[in-house]
Design a binder for this molecule. Structure first.
Ligand SMILES: NC(=O)c1ccc[n+]([C@@H]2O[C@H](COP(=O)([O-])OP(=O)(O)OC[C@H]3O[C@@H](n4cnc5c(N)ncnc54)[C@H](OP(=O)(O)O)[C@@H]3O)[C@@H](O)[C@H]2O)c1
Length: 308
């Protein structure tokens, strides 16, 4: 019997227990799933950073920690976590992010705010077509690539930027420092889907914001530290950046006195861009446990040196 500990918030247990048990049965795994195993008997930990679990030392027999979250910045450098760590790539999470990003890109592209604000005037405003609106996606991983592909299908010319070089049909791919300048110079809308690592901190700063064309829009569902907040507020105040939609912040919930709340050209959303869904993530967890039991390579293994 494989012992699996569910370490997430208690309300999550109610949502996840049944889908996980069905996924384990579907995968032919004999699993004892609980929230209260004796730590030294546990084979796998299903983990969310807000569970309160920070010391993995008692999980001495644990073969892998399986994160329910895509972003692993809160756990990746935990010195007590010496076993493999897998992040979440879940079709539901991906679909949710694609919908959220596409919705916010279309809000900017079609000028929905202008139409809503002009309810008392007949002032026709014809937006350009998607093919005339370049979009850049920073990060071409599971989420960035899915968003970039959908935006391409809608007709937007999409440029993507990643750490390593890539060739993706229909997307202009850039990488490295020079690649970032090229990716930003053409972008009317920028979507940030990078992980939060030492290398990605302040990817958008005074220098890189200045590389964007005047009037560019920013959408950040990635992580707060990707943007230098002071530099962004200065770029918004000067009008160089037209508007920013921010879902993630250095401190969450965003403090009540943070200037983003009151800024007329900032939309704040409360870290809701994409959620891991029990029904779609349970089979991913089950597959990784099956792999662990048969000594096959884990899916979505985190590279501890790179931090994602
Ligand atoms: N707001 C929300 O609700 C929400 C929900 C889920 C996830 N997220 C965030 O979205 C992030 C991305 O998720 P994902 O699943 O797409 O991650 P992923 O598959 O690990 O992809 C990360 C991408 O970022 C690129 N990258 C990493 N470091 C870089 C650097 N220094 N310079 C340039 N590119 C770099 C990677 O390049 P390579 O391809 O070359 O490795 C990769 O393309 C997560 O880390 C999380 O923070 C937010």
């Amino acid at each position: 019997m494989i012992k699996v500990q569910f370490a997430a918030r208690l309300e999550r247990w109610e949502t996840y227990a049944a889908p996980l048990r069905s996924a384990f049965a579907e995968a032919g795994l004999d699993v004892d799933l609980r929230i209260d195993h004796a730590p030294d008997t546990v084979d796998y930990v299903i983990y969310a950073p807000n569970s309160g679990l920070t010391d993995f030392t008692p999980y001495s027999a644990c073969k892998a920690v399986l994160s329910l979250w895509a972003g692993v910045e809160q756990i990746v450098s935990n010195q007590t976590l010496i076993m493999p760590l897998c992040r979440m790539v879940d079709p539901g999470l991906t679909a949710g992010m694609v919908e959220w990003v596409t919705g916010h890109v279309l809000r900017y592209h079609l000028g929905f705010d202008r139409s809503i604000a002009m309810q008392d005037r007949w002032e026709p405003h014809v937006p350009p077509l998607a093919m005339e609106r370049p979009v850049t996606v920073l990060g071409l991983g599971a989420l960035g690539q899915a968003c970039a592909k959908t935006l391409t299908q809608l007709g937007f010319p999409v440029t993507g930027w990643s750490r390593s070089s890539k060739v993706i049909d229909g997307i202009t791919c850039r990488h490295g420092d020079d690649g970032l300048a090229q990716a930003l110079s053409a972008a009317e809308i920028v979507v940030l889907l990078l992980p939060d690592t030492q290398a990605t901190e302040n990817t958008l700063n005074a220098k890189t914001l200045a590389q964007l064309p005047k009037g560019a829009h920013i959408i950040n569902p990635g992580r707060g530290p990707l943007i230098d907040d002071t530099a962004l507020i200065a770029a918004l105040d000067s009008g160089h950046i037209a508007h920013a939609t921010l879902d993630v912040f250095r401190i969450e919930p965003l403090p009540a006195d943070h200037p983003y709340w009151a800024h007329p050209n900032v939309t704040v959303t409360p870290h809701i861009a994409a959620e891991t869904r029990a029904i779609t993530s349970a089979p991913v967890i089950a597959e990784n446990i099956r792999r662990g039991e048969t000594n096959e390579p884990y899916l979505h293994l985190v590279d501890r040196n790179l931090g994602y």
